[in-house]
Design a protein around this ligand. Structure first.
Ligand code: CP
Ligand code: NVA
Length: 308
């Protein structure tokens, strides 16, 4: 069973093959309308379940469109409306769904839900975001960086803000793709120490720097994300805003990075909180390329999982 559960759970060789395939499939579409089928129809006759226990725009639409372009069909399911949200176990849900569909993508809260789904399903399972990680996003981000600047190996990536699920997958990627990552943010919002140690053990230079202006010196890429994630309590909002204000990505901060440093944000953004509109809409921002590449990267991930 080939799942796509996390970047640190997939071999560097497989990750590279997925990125290269995503780039090739994007080129092969050659500007055709979004609803047009790909030349290859590797998912013909296949049914994909897309389960959401949290809101989504990009993940939902990009997976749905991607499956259809490859000739498959989708079923978008809200966790709340499934028996899963009313007490049925994940294990039973996984075994039932496996009798109907060929692939499961799930966006959920606890990582344990994803892992149990993968353990009990007899079809591949893809992580569409948990409280802990967001691997599909970072595959799209690696593709995006490389389309603009070539290989990401050896480059300096700076994460400014909350050491959240998206940050965690960037740290995993640093270990697997061989780039350096500097985290800058308040100590209380540091990324998980275990993720940092694991990436360091794989040879990545992971630095924690409290001063954002020092952190971004020499950066090839500056990344941020919302200060309050979907799983964070709403009551944490004010405190987080106070803690993170100094880590806003604005033009003054970007000036400390390399002149051609790219800016990324997985979106949705809270404009003029974690990043200013001047940066988000500026010449070095690639936020909408990232969003587009969710489509291409995930198509390659689904082909990898299904072996087609
Ligand atoms: N970046 C991302 O996963 O966006 P959605 O929450 O809209 O899916
Ligand atoms: N860190 C954000 C990412 C959203 C795509 C969240 O989990 O809400």
């Amino acid at each position: 069973m080939t799942n796509f559960l996390d970047i640190n759970a997939t071999s560097p060789g497989d990750l590279r093959a997925i990125i290269d395939n995503a780039k090739a499939m994007k080129v092969a579409r050659n500007g055709r309308p979004k609803g047009a089928l790909d030349d290859d129809q590797p998912l013909a006759g296949q049914m994909v379940a897309l389960i959401f226990e949290k809101p989504s725009t990009r993940t939902r639409v990009s997976f749905d469109v991607g499956v259809r372009q490859m000739g498959g069909q989708t079923m978008v399911l809200s966790g709340k409306e499934m028996q899963l949200g009313h007490g049925e176990t994940i294990a039973d849900t996984a075994r039932v769904l496996s009798r109907y569909v060929d692939l499961i993508m799930i966006r959920t809260f606890e990582e344990q839900t994803l892992l149990e789904m993968a353990e009990y399903a007899s079809v591949p399972v893809i992580n569409g975001l948990t409280n802990r990680t967001h691997p599909c996003q970072i595959m799209a981000d690696i593709q995006t960086f490389e389309e603009h600047r070539g290989s990401i190996a050896g480059k300096k990536v700076v994460w400014s803000g909350d050491g959240n699920n998206v940050c965690a997958s960037f740290i995993h990627a640093a270990g697997q793709f061989g780039f350096d990552l500097t985290f800058t943010g308040p100590q209380t919002l540091d990324p998980e120490a275990g993720f940092v140690e694991e990436a360091r053990a794989k040879g990545a230079n992971i630095v924690i720097e409290r001063d954002p202006f020092k952190a971004v010196e020499g950066a090839d890429l500056v990344v941020t994300d919302t200060w309050v994630s979907m799983h964070d309590p709403v009551s944490a909002r004010e405190r987080r805003h106070n803690q993170l204000r100094g880590y806003q990505v604005n033009e003054a901060l970007m000036r400390q990075a390399k002149p051609d440093a790219l800016f990324m944000h997985c979106l949705p953004a809270h404009r003029d909180d974690e990043a200013t509109s001047a940066v988000m809409d500026g010449p070095n921002s690639v936020i909408f390329d990232e969003a587009e590449n969710r489509l291409h990267a995930q198509k390659a991930i689904m082909r990898y999982c299904l072996g087609v």
